[in-house]
Design a protein around this ligand. Structure first.
Ligand SMILES: C[S@@+](CC[C@H](N)C(=O)[O-])C[C@H]1O[C@@H](n2cnc3c(N)ncnc32)[C@H](O)[C@@H]1O
Length: 171
C-alpha cells in the first residue's frame, strides 16, 4: 500500500508534500524517494510522542506537532500547489473530529490550483473517503491493494480539469 501511495504521489510534481497523521512513519518512510522531486516535505502529527519519534527518524523532514484541523497555520507560499497524503483514520474518528480535519484539508487544497489530497481507506473500495467535496473536484480511485491486510484503497481528490491531472507527464 505504501508503494501504491508513493506511485500516486509521483504521478505529478509533488510540489510541497504534506503527510498528515504520520504516526510511526511507515508511510513517511516509503515516501522518502519523493523528497528528491518535492520542494518541501512536511509531516504533521498531533501526538507529541510520535512527533518526537518522527523527528528523530527523519531529520531531513519538517515534522510539526500540529493538529490537522490547524493546517491553515502552515507557513506555505500562498496559492502554491500542495500534495497532501492523509494517514488520518477518518472513519474511526468522531463525526466532529473528522469534519474538522476534512474541512482543513479541503480548504488547504481548494485555494491552490494543481493540489491533490491522497487518502487511503480500509473501507469498501467503492466508498469514497468523504462526500462533501468542492464543485469541480472529483475522487479518482488510484489503486486497490487486495494483498494488504486489511485490503486498502488509495483515493485521490483532484480538480477534474487541471492539466497535471489529465495526463501522466511526470515521473
Ligand atoms: C492510522 S495512524 C497513522 C498510521 C501511519 N501510517 C503509521 O505508520 O503509523 C493515524 C495517526 O494520525 C494521528 N492523528 C489523529 N488525529 C489527528 C489530527 N487531528 N491531527 C494530526 N494527527 C492526527 C494519530 O496520532 C496517529 O498517529
Amino acid at each position: 500500500m505504501a508503494q501504491a501511495i508513493l506511485h500516486e504521489v509521483m504521478r505529478a510534481a509533488p510540489n510541497t508534500l504534506i503527510e498528515v497523521g504520520a504516526g510511526t512513519g511507515a508511510i513517511t518512510r516509503a515516501l522518502l524517494p519523493a523528497l528528491a522531486q518535492a520542494d518541501r516535505f512536511m509531516v504533521i502529527e498531533r501526538d507529541p510522542g510520535f512527533a518526537q519519534l518522527l523527528r528523530r527518524a527523519f531529520p531531513d523532514l519538517e515534522v510539526l506537532n500540529h493538529c490537522a484541523t490547524r493546517l491553515d497555520t502552515l507557513d506555505i507560499v500562498k496559492h502554491s500547489p500542495v500534495t497532501v497524503v492523509s494517514s488520518l483514520p477518518l472513519l474511526s474518528m468522531t463525526r466532529d473530529e473528522a469534519h474538522g480535519c476534512i474541512d482543513a484539508m479541503v480548504t488547504l487544497i481548494e485555494g491552490r490550483p494543481g493540489s491533490r489530497l491522497i487518502q487511503y481507506t480500509y473501507a469498501s473500495p467503492h466508498l469514497r473517503p468523504f462526500k462533501d467535496i468542492p464543485v469541480g473536484w472529483r475522487w479518482r480511485r488510484a489503486a486497490s491493494i487486495w494483498a494488504n491486510l486489511p485490503p486498502a484503497t488509495v483515493w485521490t481528490l483532484e480538480q477534474a480539469s487541471h492539466p497535471s491531472h489529465t495526463h501522466n507527464g511526470f515521473h
